[in-house]
Write a protein that binds this ligand. Sequence first.
Ligand code: PLP
Length: 411
Amino acid sequence: MADTSFAAYNGRTVPKEDKIFGISGRAKAAIAAKGKENVINATIGALLDDEGKLIVLSSVDEAVKSLTPAEYAEYAPIAGTPAFKEAIVKAALGDYQPKGYVGVVASPGGTGSLRNAIANYSCPGDKFLTHDWHWTTYKNIAMEMGRDEETFDMFDAEGNFNLEDFEYKVNKLLRIQDRLVIIINTPANNPTGYSLSGEDWDGVVRVLNSTDPAKKVALVADVAYIDFAGDEKEVRSFLPKLEELNSNILPMLAYSASKTFTFYGCRCAATICLAKTEEVRDEFVRVLSFSARASWSNCPRGPQEVIAKIYNNPELLARVDEERAGFRNMLLSRGHAFEEEAAKVGLKMVPFRGGFFCSVPCEDPDAVSKKLEEADVFVVPFTKGVRVSIASISEAKCRKLPKLILEALEA
Ligand code: PLP
């Protein structure tokens, strides 16, 4: 059949409409028609207050407003300003002092970090590996560059992290590929809110350390939600385990300022590697910088200056941390309210630990989400269940929702 589209077909599947935008458009229309108190819009991936307004840390806002024209208008170096690189590593690693060589390259959001990791540590035609419950953009990023996706089951029948399937898929892919990019989104996974435990991480390290040393593996921890996942030290306790990995495995973090600094639209993040040698670290900086130059060039300078200002001012940093901790507690209370009510009505959930989202597994997520829309409840269907954004609804709505979802499941 003749190819009638003007745009080139180059291996991608481009949907006619973005599913999430479609649903959230209908949610907005319902709110306009019926009032926000009568609609539950649990689709939005940003932190909103109980009235549905975007939360922006006032301490960060203050720092943004203190920028001079030169601070935001000038080009930033491709890999980021020196002060930003230093600050973002502190933000990502917290108290942890790595033994290895730390490389850092700025990116426009965590999305850019993931794009750069796949671009540089896999070949066209390769598959990257991630868990089945995952942010759907991963696959689009890969397809855009002629790569594809393979998934492992994130949970076994008992609801534990499925190390067995992880091992099976790692070995399967490494039989046919010389390189493998693995993305693990933890802590506070999108869409489930699950965080790998220390034991889960030990298993991941064990599996990867038994791979053929001639094969190269890039292990990307997508930590987009780390600062809304729980106690700041505890959620970073997996970092030393990354340095137990053999030298054929390169651990990296996709660390985004989008959630941490309520900076979603500022497009600010970094890819950080913990390399065993200087050569691997320098190569990381070189190849990621090359990719950056060839795609978005440099990242916005203003947000980098803001993060540097925060880390150069202990009083301001303390205020940012304190303010964020308050909102994190609010978010965790919302999540626990949802969990509590789910347990009361007998609604099965995917294990939740923290973050912006929780999920309910079901057979036909599209049908369940459609049924919920009839009751003015808007959630996002994923492959194996529906995702609820607890970040965007009040605790009272979190308490109401489990019963409504159960009714939709049973309809
Ligand atoms: N990773 C996950 C799992 C996400 O959900 C998101 C954003 O929603 C990102 C990474 C990257 O976000 P951004 O590019 O806005 O930093």
